[in-house]
Unconditional design. Structure first.
Lengths: 355, 529
């Protein structure tokens, strides 16, 4: 009997270890491809005590420099952005942020581009947002709200069942980042120092129904309620990207919603000249996203509004915070210099990872 | 509810738990409820078909039982031998009526849902051939899950009852369990009532041995299905839908791939069925015995889909060959063609008829019918050449045990069966014959080398993973030599090695299995029969 227990114990331990090791090996590391996939996870390795939290899709993690907020205004911030982040993703990320934050944020900024979607879109985008979240009832609810029919719960609990096919493409990154995760951002901001001027912009096509879905409104409402409950200011923004097109009919609905809920809404598309954006030099992919220099301008402009309107504290005088942020700022400037050097030498950026 | 779906695993886990907590005498009922739930998962409407078969079978077999009891009582009372025989003959002829009614009705259900459209399509084809404009519309019946399997299993039971080889099951719910037992209802194996009933109703408690052996067998089934069959399937599909492009050597590659895929798919499904039943202490018959080691086509059919082969042998071949009509035919034939041919010809006619039915059972298409007839013809030729082989073996007595010659026989049988099986692959009989002839018409090794196997939608790495899986299958097959269950050989290994072997198979299935995101869960090939 004792031998049987030993045998079974050894088998179970060996199974768990091999399973865990294989899973770790096969899940994407987001080190040289789809780096955005690691952004959500990076929050938990930050200090989690930021005053400003930005939530939304690529229009936030590419368009606002967290170091820009710090260096110009002493605002501590984190961007909880991920590709094609849908409204319910954003809501649960907000819940998750409040659950884990050591200090409650004072302002939450939500980019409303995703209001156009009323249903889950593509499985890979679900994974890029949800896999990075820590396990909690919030994550559980986020998966339930986002899951497409062909996605299994099991693959969220054990991602090996989703990413097992990666065995074909195993590379050095999978071994290098076996024990640690790569860092792709500075507090959620992804640095891109290259430039691609705006060329051709497709004409916006009329759509059948401009009305945002019930589901999108439901989660936007919940976001407003949650921030109100926690005495946090919710600010709605539309980042100044030229494509995909932001329709006036959509804008009117957000203005109406913001008015009803007494929220600040800024459509930055209306202020590009005041911000100083030049689409020939401030985008790295032809108007879809801003590069680091555009993002710094955005942080300058937006940081001023936030500080004036909401009286956000300047924390540059707090030595511990300052030490930490100045160190990040050093990394930030080093990365920009490195990328500019690579552009000059090779005509393209090779380095994207901060660490 | 596919065997290799997470829903099925959850269903199985739940059923095991309920079964374990139920008192022994009600456990068979838990299996019945589970079987009905499983069946209903394919569409509640299909329950009508299977329940009709159960009700018809129950009523007819109970009538036969009452008749038998009455006969026995009368026979006991009857004094004279002649009177007893008369009573027996009379009872048998009435039982035959009941058995015939039963078989006509349950086979009628199968015929209507499975073959009506095939018949209409052929009538339409003939009408248009003779210039008649009128066409009949197809009925479009949905094929109930496992209808071919449970119908044949039930037919076997009815014939066994008629022949008094099986006791009549007097409890209709127990009969329902026999017909619908969920592990085997989808794709067999086709069980006999006498054998299956020994363990089906016993209500053996879930125990460590059955659980571990059953789980082991299920894992082995998953491995073959997911790591090999489903992984290689896209390559075969790509080769099959382009018959004009992929001829000659590509045809050879395709039929070899199909052999591997069909073997792993079908045996994998049977492994899962046997393993699931084993967990509940129910023993299902084995359906395969290393068929690709067969040295002749006769031997192959005693090792591949054994329960179907033995079903046709016992219920069709012997019934027909030993029928009074056939004996009369043999007798009358002797006058015209002599004793020798008169003995052989009825056997050949029966053989061809049996293989025609086997083909038809597989599917309502001409491809399957020609496939069945091709098997029959090859077997018939083999029988005719048997004396020649005997003379040849007599002249070279050492050859039968010569390893190289045995390998040649295995190789020959493998390719012969592959070619016959290619009727399953292509969309028409004509295309299949065309592909067969392409071996001599269009066998271009240079074309094959220039295209390469990575062309057929599969990355090269997938061939390696499936190849590694095949090596494991060969190893396990080698363990199972001498008709010994491979698990018994595995049990003789030191426990770390045993656990390692199971662990390797488990992790290979998890990592290399073709399932989950990016894969369409492909049902087992035999599910459609």
């Amino acid at each position: 009997m004792r031998l049987r227990i030993v045998k079974i114990s050894v088998a179970v331990v060996a199974f768990v270890l091999v399973f865990a090791a294989l899973q770790r090996l096969l899940v994407p590391k987001y080190a040289s491809f789809a780096l955005e996939g690691g952004l959500i996870r990076e929050y938990y390795s930050s200090s989690m005590d930021q005053d400003l939290i930005l939530i939304g899709d690529c229009e936030v993690y590419a368009n606002f420099s967290t170091i820009g907020f710090w260096e110009n205004f002493g605002i501590t911030s984190f961007i909880r952005g991920s590709p094609q982040q849908l409204v319910w993703h954003s809501y649960y990320l907000l819940e998750d942020t409040l659950l884990h934050a050591r200090q409650k944020p004072k302002i939450v900024v939500f980019n409303i581009m995703a209001m156009q979607y009323g249903e889950p879109q593509f499985e890979p985008y679900n994974r890029l947002t949800l896999d990075g979240m820590r396990w909690s009832p919030t994550k559980f609810r986020a998966i339930a709200a986002s899951r497409l029919d062909d996605e299994s719960w099991l693959s969220y609990f054990f991602p090996i069942f989703r990413f097992k096919e990666h065995w074909r493409d195993l590379g050095s990154d999978d071994f290098r980042y076996f024990f640690r995760d790569p860092q792709a951002s500075i507090n959620g901001f992804m640095i891109r120092s290259d430039t691609m001027p705006v060329g051709f912009l497709p004409q916006p096509l009329p759509i059948a129904n401009y009305r945002f879905s019930e589901k999108a409104y439901y989660y936007l409402n919940r976001m407003a309620e949650l921030t109100r409950e926690h005495d946090i200011e919710l600010v709605l923004i539309k980042a100044p990207n030229l494509f995909p097109h932001w329709y006036n009919q959509w804008d009117e609905q957000i203005i109406e919603f913001a008015g009803e809920h007494d929220l600040l809404y800024i459509n930055f598309l209306n202020y590009t000249e005041e911000i100083g954006l030049d689409w020939d030099i401030h985008s790295f992919n032809a108007g879809l996203h801003l590069n680091v220099f555009g993002a710094e301008l955005m942080s300058m402009y937006f940081g001023e509004i936030l500080q004036e309107r909401f009286n956000l504290p300047d924390r540059r005088t707090e030595s511990t915070v300052a030490e930490q942020w100045n160190s990040m700022a050093q990394q930030y400037h080093h990365m920009i210099a490195l990328q500019l050097d690579e552009i000059e030498r090779y005509g393209r950026i090779n380095s994207f990872l901060i660490g | 509810m596919l065997f290799h779906s997470s829903v099925f695993l959850l269903f199985l886990a739940g059923l095991v738990a309920v079964y374990a907590l139920t008192p022994q005498r009600f456990r068979w009922f838990v299996l019945l409820v589970g079987s009905m739930v499983f069946y209903a998962s394919a569409g509640p409407f299909f329950l009508i078909y299977i329940c009709s078969t159960i009700v018809i079978t129950y009523l007819c077999t109970m009538s036969m039982r009452r008749l038998r009891l009455k006969r026995d009582a009368l026979v006991a009372e009857a004094g004279e031998k002649d009177a007893r025989r008369l009573l027996k003959d009379k009872a048998k002829s009435i039982a035959k009526v009941w058995a015939t009614i039963c078989l006509v009705l349950i086979l009628g259900i199968l015929a209507v849902v499975k073959y009506t459209d095939f018949a209409i399509a052929n009538v339409n084809a003939v009408l248009s051939l003779i210039g008649y404009a009128r066409q009949f519309g197809l009925m479009g019946f949905a094929l109930p899950m496992g209808i071919s399997f449970y119908t044949f299993q039930t037919v076997g039971y009815v014939i066994d009852v008629y022949r008094e080889k099986a006791e009549v099951e007097t409890n209709p719910l127990k009969l329902a369990l026999f017909v619908s037992f969920f592990p085997q209802v989808v794709q067999g194996p086709i069980s006999r009532f006498g054998e299956l009933s020994k363990t089906l109703y016993s209500g053996i408690q879930i125990n460590r041995v059955n659980l571990s052996r059953g789980a082991n067998r299920i894992l082995w089934g998953f491995f073959k299905k997911l790591v090999i069959a489903d992984r290689l399937f896209p390559a075969m599909a790509a080769l099959s839908i382009n018959p004009d492009e992929y001829q000659g050597i590509f045809y050879m590659l395709n039929i070899a791939l199909y052999a591997i895929i069909l073997f792993c798919d079908f045996t994998g499904g049977i492994d899962i069925a046997i393993g699931v039943a084993e967990i509940f202490g129910v023993r299902l018959p084995e359906n395969f015995n290393r068929p690709f080691y067969s040295r002749s086509i006769q031997e192959y059919w005693t090792r591949w889909h054994m329960t179907m082969y033995s079903w046709f042998r016992d219920y069709v071949f012997y019934t027909m060959a030993a029928s009074k009509k056939m004996l009369r035919f043999t007798k009358s034939l002797k006058r015209f063609v002599g004793n020798d041919i008169a003995k052989r010809l009825p056997v050949h006619i029966t053989l061809i008829w049996v293989w025609f039915l086997t083909g038809l059972w597989h599917g309502a298409t001409w491809n399957f019918i020609v496939w069945g007839l091709a098997n029959g013809v090859v077997l018939m030729v083999s029988l005719e050449l048997a004396p020649l082989y005997a003379r040849f073996n007599g002249r070279f007595p050492g050859l039968a045990n010569n390893r190289v010659y045995r390998c040649f026989q295995i190789f020959r049988t493998f390719w012969l069966m592959n070619m016959i099986r290619s009727f399953d692959i292509y969309d028409s009989v004509g295309t299949t014959f065309n592909m067969m002839s392409s071996i001599v018409r269009n066998f271009s090794l240079t074309q094959f080398l220039s295209v390469g196997i990575s062309e057929f939608t599969l990355p090269i790495a997938d061939y390696f993973s499936a190849g590694a899986g095949l090596l494991v299958v060969f190893w396990v097959s080698w363990l199972g030599r001498g008709e010994i269950d491979y698990r018994e050989r595995l049990d003789k290994f030191a426990w770390p090695l045993r656990y390692l072997a199971v662990g390797v198979i488990l992790f290979m299935t998890i990592v290399f299995g073709a399932y989950g995101y990016g894969f369409d869960a492909r049902q087992f090939i035999y599910n459609i029969f």
